[in-house]
Write a protein that binds this ligand. Structure first.
Ligand code: NOJ
Length: 717
């Protein structure tokens, strides 16, 4: 039964509701407006200092953001960052439990208190702006609204002044922004005082164990926010009174919103009325609590699709890994991967083992060209000679399988947009329910032409692409097609509003193990080092689902790529199905490698891609993680645990299991001699009877992992 209750408290005057306060502070400041989260965990304070807007944030009495600036520089009108007056304020409280169409948790509580502050020039009808703050117990969010007003129709944002002034020198985990290879980098760790400009989510830990994550929610019609460190000051040396630290800590480190610009330097082009994405800060005492915070989803608009019955989380296989290994090719030739015969072979395998989708890459015209350099070569509707797209799609449908479409456009976005409508219409006719998009292209390489025909080069994450991706999502929805986006924009929770926006890569995925180097962060091998997936749940994955493409069983593939390998044990590849959440989850290896290993393959067949609940049992960023998830469609629970290059034993209390039942644990664990480097195939598959009171030791090999399925034992329920 859907449990859904909404309570929107009537708007109340700030002074009348507990949790909201208005107080006079220092002389230069006007009143401070305060909003507290429902459980009084967070307080957000807003004030003007000589007309300049500031906010600060406390957590359980401790200041975690010192006074930090707000506002904009707008080309068409000055005064959105200074000379402002509070024209009014309103507060409200909201509480609901909403149901995800699919997800890592079925029912999500959304409970916050909101403070809206209307600002403007008291002597004119212009420079009107509202800042909306929401205080949750797991973090805070705020955004700006600029209404229609005289003299301001068009808006060019030249700077967003938003700052986040930290009160100590946190340890930071991040990837740098403005890089050649978009979001596809290994995680860096350093004191926050040493970062330059970084992508979000940005994860931090204080010396005494407070965890923070900065990100944004609902990125629509705006440019991606990166965070730039603009100052790193020691305690009382601070020249700015407003940054004075009341926390007793001796650092002020200011991060500032740095929006990825258009080619001409404008950061955002929009019209009034407008709203920005939410700027977010999640907080936790345990890193795992960042994973089970749903603040980003809560700050997105509810689902806009009336009919979602066609959107189904699922596992998929594909003509994919074989090209990354160089076993076959995307282009036509003697080893062409996407032949009619090979497609039918994959479809037979999918039908036999219960995979609803088969991804086919390389079936369309264009792959024989130098597409990597010049993407305006693809046709998204025309098959290469000999590939019977209609026959293959029907062959699939007749077996209750669908082909998963592929739109690699090599970042030639105008070329893609010209064909997009026809391409999605064709896939709909073929019965396709999911399309993987791809924007391979580097640095600032996305081209459009201005009125004089000059090429303008854009970043993958600037507003030009944010708008493009939104067009694709809406078009795909109109064709009942779900998306799996590669090389796209980072996730900001839009899957709540558009549940067909199911998953994305937008990080270093499994494919790097086929051909990638290891950057300067790992000198012992190539590809993704064993700790890569021990960072991801606490960093990239705080933004949303990740099409990492797990499940490689043949970890060495010497025949095709002798210098590359997967730097995990086999059991760890299984653990990824639980640790890395994706509603479209790939079984990435070649069918013959699964057929040769039916026992471990059973776990991939059994594990679902849609969950009722998620809990984190252990977490230490970059070291290890254990996640348990309950299947949305049965009583089963699944556990995934994994380690970096070190071995360890973690005790897993099984108190998430129903105490009234006896449970069978089907365990897939590292063998005694397992080691990602020397002995990665050593796996033990065994069964145990366990219960709510069991504490199960999880022994993880160096670079290892463990996967478990818990099923209630018949007759004991
Ligand atoms: C990069 C994507 O991440 C990968 O999955 C795909 O196979 C290639 N581009 C070709 O489209």
């Amino acid at each position: 039964m859907i449990k859904l209750y909404n309570t929107l408290f009537a708007l109340l005057l700030v002074t009348f509701l507990p949790g909201f306060a208005m107080a006079a502070s220092s002389e230069s400041r006007a009143e401070t407006l305060t909003v507290s989260s429902p459980g009084d965990i967070h307080q957000i304070h807003f004030f003007l200092n000589e007309g300049i807007p500031y906010y600060s944030v406390d957590r359980i009495g401790q200041q975690i953001l010192a006074p930090s600036r707000l506002g904009f520089e707008i080309r068409q009108m000055a005064g959105f960052d200074r000379n402002l007056t509070v024209l009014g304020s309103e507060t409200s409280e909201f509480e609901e439990t909403w149901e995800q169409v699919w997800g890592e948790k079925q029912y999500i509580d959304n409970h916050y208190r909101e403070l809206r502050v209307d600002l403007g020039d008291a002597n004119a009808e212009s420079t009107r702006m509202t800042i909306v703050f929401r205080a949750y117990d797991d973090g805070i969010g705020f955004r700006y609204e600029i209404p229609e007003q005289p003299g301001l129709d068009r808006i060019h944002i030249m700077d967003e002044r938003t700052e986040f002034t930290l009160t100590e020198d946190y340890t930071a985990w991040y990837i740098g922004a403005y890089q050649w290879n978009r979001f596809e980098y290994l995680t860096r760790t350093s004191p926050i005082s040493e970062i330059d400009t970084v992508h979000t989510p940005l994860t931090l830990r204080s010396d005494d164990g407070l965890y923070l994550s900065f990100h944004e929610a609902a990125l629509v019609d705006y440019s991606t926010m990166t965070l730039e460190r603009i100052s790193s000051e020691k305690g009382n040396d601070s020249s700015d009174q407003n940054r004075r630290n009341s926390s007793g800590k001796d650092h002020h480190i200011t991060l500032k919103a740095n929006l990825m610009p258009w080619a001409d330097g404008v950061l955002v082009r929009t019209d009034t009325p407008m709203v920005t994405p939410w700027r977010t800060l999640q907080t936790a005492d345990q890193p795992g609590d960042l994973i089970t915070s749903y603040l980003i989803l809560n700050l997105n608009e509810p689902n806009k699709l009336e009919d979602t019955s066609w959107i189904k989380p699922a596992k998929y296989i594909g003509i994919w890994w074989e090209m990354h290994l160089d076993k076959s090719t995307w282009g036509i030739g003697p080893n062409h991967g996407a032949t009619t015969e090979n497609a039918k072979h994959y479809i037979d395998f999918a039908a036999k083992h219960g995979f609803p989708h088969v991804l086919i890459e390389g079936w369309n015209v264009g792959w024989d060209e130098n597409w990597y350099e010049e993407g305006a070569v693809f046709s998204f509707t025309e098959p290469v000679e000999g590939f019977d797209i209609e026959g293959v799609a029907k062959y699939a449908r007749d077996r209750d399988v669908r082909i998963m479409g592929h739109h690699e456009n090599s970042a030639s976005v105008l070329h893609y947009e010209d064909q997009m409508e026809d391409a999605f219409a064709m896939y709909e006719e073929l019965g396709v329910r999911g399309v993987k998009t791809g924007y391979v292209g580097h640095g600032r390489e996305i081209i459009w032409y201005d009125d004089d025909g000059n090429p303008m080069r854009e970043w993958h994450h600037g507003q030009f692409m944010v708008e493009h991706h939104q067009r694709v999502v809406e078009l795909a929805a109109s064709r009942k097609i779900a998306l799996n986006v590669h090389e796209g924009v980072k996730d900001t929770g839009l899957r709540r509003t558009w549940p067909n926006l199911m998953t994305r890569e937008v990080a270093r995925g499994q494919e790097y193990n086929a051909w990638g180097d290891a950057e300067d962060l790992w000198d012992e091998g190539r590809g993704n080092p064993p700790d890569h997936v021990a960072y991801m749940p606490f960093t990239r994955m705080l933004s949303g689902p990740f099409d990492y493409t797990p499940g490689i069983f043949d970890l060495h593939y010497d025949e095709y790529r002798p210098d590359n390998r997967v730097n995990h044990t086999l059991a760890k590849e299984l653990a990824l199905y639980v640790v890395i959440y994706s509603p479209l989850q790939m079984a990435a290896d070649l069918p013959q490698n699964y057929e040769a290993n039916p026992e471990p393959f059973q776990f991939i067949r059994d594990v679902p891609a849609d969950w009722h609940d998620t809990r984190v049992l252990h977490g230490d960023i970059g070291n290890y993680v254990t996640i348990v998830r309950k299947d949305r469609n049965s009583d089963d629970w699944f556990l995934g645990s994994l380690s970096n290059e070190n071995s360890r034993v973690l005790m897993a209390p099984l108190d998430f299991l129903d105490p009234d039942k006896t449970w069978k644990a089907q365990i897939y664990r590292d063998g005694t001699d397992a080691d990602w480097n020397k002995n990665p195939y050593d796996i033990v598959i065994e069964e145990k009877i366990v219960g709510h009171d069991t504490a199960l030791p999880l022994r993880l090999a160096p670079g290892g992992g463990q996967a478990i399925r818990f099923t209630p034992v018949e007759g004991n329920q």
